[in-house]
Design a binder for this molecule. Sequence first.
Ligand SMILES: C[S@@+](CC[C@H](N)C(=O)[O-])C[C@H]1O[C@@H](n2cnc3c(N)ncnc32)[C@H](O)[C@@H]1O
Length: 264
Amino acid sequence: MPPAHTESNSPGAKPPSEGNDHHAVREQVDDVAHPRHIRSFVRRRGHITERQKAAFANLAPQWSVPYQTTPIDPVQVFGREAPLILEIGFGMGETTAKIAAERPDEDFLGVEVFEAGIGALAQRLHEQNLTNVRMVQHDAVEVVEHMLSPGMLAGIHVYFPDPWPKKRHHKRRLIQGPFVELLASRLTPGGYLHCATDWEHYAHQMLEVLGNEPTLVNDAPKDSDGFSDRPVWRPETKFEARGKRLGHGVWDLIFRRRPNKDAS
Ligand SMILES: C[S@@+](CC[C@H](N)C(=O)[O-])C[C@H]1O[C@@H](n2cnc3c(N)ncnc32)[C@H](O)[C@@H]1O
């Protein structure tokens, strides 16, 4: 996984004009030319280690749910009935594995697009023998839209999503009104949406977008600035540690789905 906080964007991708890998460039252009929605990531051949490659090929299948255009049945997928937490963009999966190990009574569905991350998390799940995690390798926007039904989720984790710092790239940021509305619809009443970022501008955008979603209510203390303290169960992520080294702050946001009777 290359550094996430490069000037240009999300994970180390070059704008088409700067690229010298024609295949990769064409994929980027295709994404932009025929989007069903604007993607929050850019296809690229990211770095992948031999170990991740082997784990992707040999270990990932047993923890993976193939992308499908109809809702999954979590009981069938996990073999039990338990609160279901979605994690979007788990990167190398350190946080996913730590949280899943500490919360064995909940099930975790992690979504990530890049092979290296799928391989890395598969390796962790194998080594720690974790049975409460499954992965989907696909664009989370389509996963949420098609594979999850309304009210299915007890929680959603979006940790350090690609910040897309340049103004002309802000449209690629994951946390935007329509997607938040979709995410909120997948939460059960009382279910939570937890975002964290180390980009101040994105943090304020998140606060505005989440605050404008009528089915969500901010869980932060009333006398606060709207941001929450990092819950003890959220370990520091790799990107967070890197951001802190660069002198960035960290902002956590926790919103809950209103009870149905209050939702507009
Ligand atoms: C900056 S990294 C953060 C990774 C991890 N959450 C952490 O904090 O270390 C963002 C991750 O989100 C993934 N991502 C971006 N857009 C995505 C999407 N639409 N669907 C699934 N994954 C996505 C990227 O591939 C990348 O691994």
